[in-house]
Design a protein. Structure first.
Length: 364
């Protein structure tokens, strides 16, 4: 009987079929300073009635922040409660136990917003798909994982009136967690606002170029001007596309799926040889194909979305311990699995939402 990876194939098929649904049910990590009830550090909420049932656990302003996150219909809101005398580092120590989600501080100083931004970047280095929203941080985040809210005044529709932009962080966390990879967040209506600081399109565009996330008044509604993060410094492996939240959301979910499936279905179960590597690669490529079908439309079906053995990285690893490997051709390198490590790479094209329109009409 030939060696097969049935569990991986089935798992990837299930993940591909549920991709869009899972993308619109993201989680929020909301940091609150509150001494009302010190009997807990974290608490999860999935529906608004659970929030209102806990009215005695929070001060009124914090209870409102939790309600605000629910407006965007995230999958779950996890409140990280710390004492009013505690530091942000205390909250981040708790948050370090989570591997994914949208994180933010309900009320934070510029220094704390900057500290949160730095922490998010550190989590990304650890391969966690944490993203977050900050307001007026001590320094520009310049990160594909950090949204830097630049709108300085918002007016809520529930009677709170005009508030500074940081009071909208909890709401924005919920909206972004509730978006999906098909519709994206550009031009999404902020349903709990009546208006924001009026700015010209030129000024908004200038702010967007600086990596700021801007809200815009539009015929009596408030919308997201462009669903971008704070990335401004582009590199070879971080192109213009990396500025868009929907691209990062899709990329994160794909990477999470591949990592988790590999960890749960593959590690320690198969010997590291080329045949077994190709079986895993084949399963990943089927997953990519399913993400490109007409039901998903996550990847471009006209593009060759594929994974493969990274022969350059594998050859470099061999050369480090065997200088003769520098003379190996690609076929030889591919056939020589390196110890316990898989060197894989891939090329994909993520589809983006329609936003910009250029329509020239010629009259007869």
């Amino acid at each position: 009987m030939s060696v097969q990876l049935p569990n991986i194939d089935i798992t990837f098929k299930q993940l591909a079929s549920s991709f869009v649904e899972r993308s619109e049910r993201g989680n929020v990590l909301l940091i609150l300073n509150d001494d009302t009830d010190k009997t807990f550090n974290t608490r999860d909420y999935s529906i608004i009635t659970d929030v209102t049932a806990d009215v005695e656990k929070y001060m009124p302003s914090n209870l409102q922040y939790i309600k605000d996150t629910m407006v965007g219909l995230p999958n779950k809101v996890t409140v990280i409660r710390i004492d009013t005398t505690a530091t942000l580092a205390d909250a981040l120590a708790v948050a370090s136990g989570y591997s994914t989600g949208w994180i933010g501080i309900a009320e934070g100083t510029p220094e704390e917003q900057g500290e949160l931004s730095t922490w998010i970047k550190q989590q990304r280095i650890l391969k966690k798909t944490i993203k977050g929203v900050v307001y007026n941080p001590s320094e520009a985040p310049d990160s594909e994982a950090v949204v830097n809210l630049g709108t300085d005044k918002v007016i809520f529709s529930d009677g709170r009136g005009q508030q500074t932009g940081d009071k909208f962080i909890s709401s924005l966390l919920g909206f972004l967690a509730g978006c999906n990879v098909v519709k994206g967040s550009t031009w999404l209506e902020m349903t709990n606002l009546t208006s924001v600081t009026a700015m010209s399109d030129a000024d908004i565009n200038t702010a967007l170029q600086a990596g700021k996330f801007m809200l815009k008044n539009d015929e009596g509604k408030v919308r997201i001007g462009a669903g971008i993060n704070s990335l401004t410094t582009l590199e070879t492996d971080k192109t213009e596309d990396f500025k868009y939240i929907e691209i990062i959301e899709t990329q994160d979910l794909i990477l999470d799926d591949i990592r988790k499936t590999y960890k749960n279905e593959f590690i320690g179960k198969y010997r590291n040889k080329t045949d077994n590597q190709m079986l895993f690669i084949s399963s990943v490529n089927v997953y990519f194909k399913n993400l490109a079908n007409s039901d998903s439309e996550i990847l471009d079906s006209n593009y060759d979305n594929t994974s493969y053995i990274d022969t350059v990285a594998q050859k470099d690893a061999w050369i480090a311990i065997n200088p003769d490997a520098k003379d190996w051709n690609e076929a030889k390198v591919k056939s020589m699995a390196y110890k316990r490590q898989l060197f894989l790479a891939g090329n994909i094209k993520i589809l983006q939402s329609m936003t910009d329109l250029s329509f020239n009409i010629k009259m007869a």
